[in-house]
Design a protein around this ligand. Structure first.
Ligand SMILES: [Zn+2]
Length: 74
């Protein structure tokens, strides 16, 4: 899970950082939407996140108690 091949770049619009994790696009989009971040390609199967956006993603998913059990990135 979540492994990113070398050279992958963050999928957030306007971000060119090196990706550290990958997620299903739906999950990433849902979590990042409230932060104002949009994705370069919402139809991609996988979304790649850099360190910064990964932290943001984690913060957003933590806020929602309902998703606590859900193992993102699987
Ligand atoms: Zn990024």
């Amino acid at each position: 899970m979540g492994k990113v091949k070398q050279g992958a770049v963050c999928s957030v619009e306007g971000c060119e950082e090196k990706a550290v994790r990958s997620f299903a696009t739906d999950k990433a989009r849902e979590a990042l939407q409230p932060t104002g971040a949009s994705l370069k390609d919402e139809r991609a199967r996988r979304t790649y996140l850099c360190q910064k956006h990964y932290k943001l993603f984690k913060k957003q998913t933590k806020k929602d108690k309902k998703v606590e059990k859900w193992r993102y990135g699987v």
